[in-house]
Design a binder for this molecule. Sequence first.
Ligand code: ATP
Length: 458
Amino acid sequence: MAVSMEKLVSLCKRRGFVFPSSEIYGGFAAVYDYGPLGVELVNNIKAAWWKAMVQMRDDIVGLDSAIFMHPKIWEASGHVGGFADPLTECKSCHTRHLVDHLLEDIGITADEKMSVEEINALLVDNMKKLHCPKCGNSDFTSVKKFNLLVSSNLGNFTGDMEKEPVYLRGETCQGIYVNFPNVLQSSRRRLPFGIAQIGKAFRNEITARQFVIRTREFEQMEMQYFLHPVAEMEEYEKLRRARWQYYLDLGIKPENLKWHKHEKLVFYAKEAYDIEYNFPFGFWELEGIHARGDYDLSQHAKCSGVDLSYTDPVTGEKYLPHIIESSVGVGRTLLAVLTDAYCEEEVEGETRVVLKLSKALAPIKVAVLPLSKKEELQNPAKKLATQLRRHWMVDYDETQSIGKRYRRQDEVGTPYCITFDFDSLTDGAVTVRDRDTMAQERIKIEEVEAYLTQRLNR
Ligand code: ATP
């Protein structure tokens, strides 16, 4: 049975994966903090993405561009003029809603590319069928567009912020586009090649939706691939296949993934697909994979006055590279892998909650559990934990019964538990328990490291 959102949110809070931001001050809407296990999982997700996207490819390099960028970048990208959500207000309780979400609840798709007038017409036509999620009223104000860019007062010493605000980046890829000539020259690349980046992005999202799915501060993992126009669609198909395979390699069940093809494309786009994941509330965008034509570089060339075209060193052909991209949120990936891994099993009349996370993603790889708090067991168990910490995140736990300790580790997805018992003192061996099968094996202490290396470092 699929796990409910309530169970996941509660597990995330209780076990230190995700906390609401600024909780002791009453919280801060649509912002979340990652706790001790959350930060491990996030780091493992980012490492898996980086490995697949950069380390395993000889045609993609990394970048870490700054969050603050020249304000003109956001004009060139179209964000200042067009990065806006359609908003309406309930006339009864004055709560603001995203119009596309209200329409979606009654089965109507308002495409993000529609004009305010088109969306407003849909709202007016369906007004009687729509209900405010807060008070149930069916009367709404006409649609307004609300810009999502978050502005700052960086470098603003005159207080005249309105003139030219510096924005916090709304997406990481703009830092990639504007560094195209730097990366091209410094890494002596030829087309096609890609630039990958992981970093924070900020959006003034009007409505907070579904936990870490839609937050105002979030992390993106993006890769922009620069190529010759004739290669665009073939490489796009290759990228789509690679991205699907990446999720299978993360251990995600294929039945929980599906493609969503964008029917209404922005004018410059050649093709756009999302990979959707079957979250507890239904399928929702996890990643966007888009063929963007030459829009990004032509905009930046036009607005900066810098020629961003590429000259093929062999043929001498000069052209503006086209771009295909892959863009996914870290938070959405975290929620997808937790949803996918969550299991409840009946074991000896009790419910065992277990996160069957892939070994690469599991926040803690090994737990060392002495059977008793007696020093004669504590000391060698701690020694073994210290030895294993050189390779993996290790938890040492000596409180409560061994059964409860196993359950605690199962619930956070620890693949292996090592129990140090009184026999260990004489036979020099420990019991290694597998999270998924619960099978236990007796392993010589000096062989534990090799045993785990074989199973964890594959
Ligand atoms: P949605 O419409 O579902 O909010 P989007 O189409 O605006 O997403 P993109 O701008 O294409 O998203 O961003 C690429 C990826 O970044 C998304 O697929 C998602 O994984 C992630 N993402 C975008 N906005 C947010 C957000 N507010 N909070 C968390 N993750 C986000």
